[in-house]
Design a protein. Structure first.
Length: 98
């Protein structure tokens, strides 16, 4: 069952739980995990998705797991899919009956 409201984008966790909590800048985080500041900025602004590569890097940096970051992204993606115009078409698909 999906939540009523859209899940929090992983970029918000980056902003709150990494940048603010650790007192570091987007640039410092980017340098620490080996990506460009633009990538971090786009994530924080919700304009980009967590990729496998970023999930691995953030997992290592935060001593969490890549899977945790991917789960956060998947929750947002699934909610968006259920609320997209395409989903009405998907609902018309008849389940296979053997």
């Amino acid at each position: 069952m999906l939540p009523k409201n859209r899940p929090i984008h992983p970029g918000k966790f980056i902003e709150e739980d990494i940048l603010k909590e650790l007192g570091i800048t987007e640039k410092q985080l980017a340098e620490s995990i080996g990506v460009t500041p633009k990538i971090i900025r786009e994530l924080v602004n919700g304009k980009s998705r967590i990729s496998m590569d970023i999930a691995l890097r953030l997992g290592r940096f935060t001593k969490t797991s890549a899977q945790m970051w991917l789960n956060l992204q998947n929750a947002v993606d699934l909610w968006d899919a259920y609320h997209s115009p395409v989903f009405q078409e998907i609902e018309r698909i008849q389940p296979y009956a053997a």
